[in-house]
Write a protein that binds this ligand. Structure first.
Ligand code: ZN
Length: 178
């Protein structure tokens, strides 16, 4: 075997350990009216299905937070204090940012909520613009991501241990020179 006398180890297929990045669909998020870039998939942290919105940690300068703070009196935003998000290109409403919310909506506080109905997505892999309403932005549950990371570390640890064993064996029994 070509790897028997080497400290190198044979690369195993990573079928069961796919980096999370490979599963993510890379895209930019645009205003559905004027196509101004509002954010991208690296800033998306989930979907607020009750508000039909994409949760973003960051948005571009083309997203303007309006000064007026509103108090939700009906619907999903009851008892929430929020501001509307406007597109800097065409001034249409593209979402909300919640400043204060009851406990059951506390995870939405301070993230930018882009309304799926007002957003289009340019999917980099296909080079196509699609409506955000046709896509899901749900993130994997934290535990699932944690388990996947744990598996990646275990595989890496196995490989490191194997490499260490080979180095120790090689130093203990150096190859004979002819
Ligand atoms: Zn716009």
């Amino acid at each position: 075997m070509e790897f028997n006398d080497s400290v190198l180890i044979k690369r195993e297929p990573d079928d069961d350990v796919k980096p999370a990045a490979e599963e993510r669909q890379w895209m930019t998020l645009h205003c559905a009216q004027c196509n101004a870039v509002l954010s991208d998939s690296s800033c998306v942290c989930g979907e607020a299905s009750s508000l039909d919105s994409i949760m973003c940690l960051r948005v571009t300068d083309d997203v303007i937070v309006t000064d007026a703070k509103k108090l939700g009196r009906t619907g999903s935003l009851v008892n929430c204090i929020y501001s509307r998000l406007k597109c800097g290109g065409c001034s249409c409403t593209v979402g909300k940012v919640i400043h204060a919310a009851p406990f059951h909506l506390s995870t939405l506080r301070s993230s930018f909520l882009l309304s799926k109905a007002n957003v289009s997505c340019y999917v980099l892999s296909s080079g196509r613009m699609v409506k955000a309403s046709t896509l899901s932005f749900d993130q994997k549950p934290f535990r699932e991501n944690l388990n996947q990371t744990k598996r990646t570390f275990e595989v890496t640890l196995d490989r490191m241990s194997s490499l260490k064993t080979r180095i120790v064996e090689r130093n203990a029994f150096p190859m004979q020179k002819k």
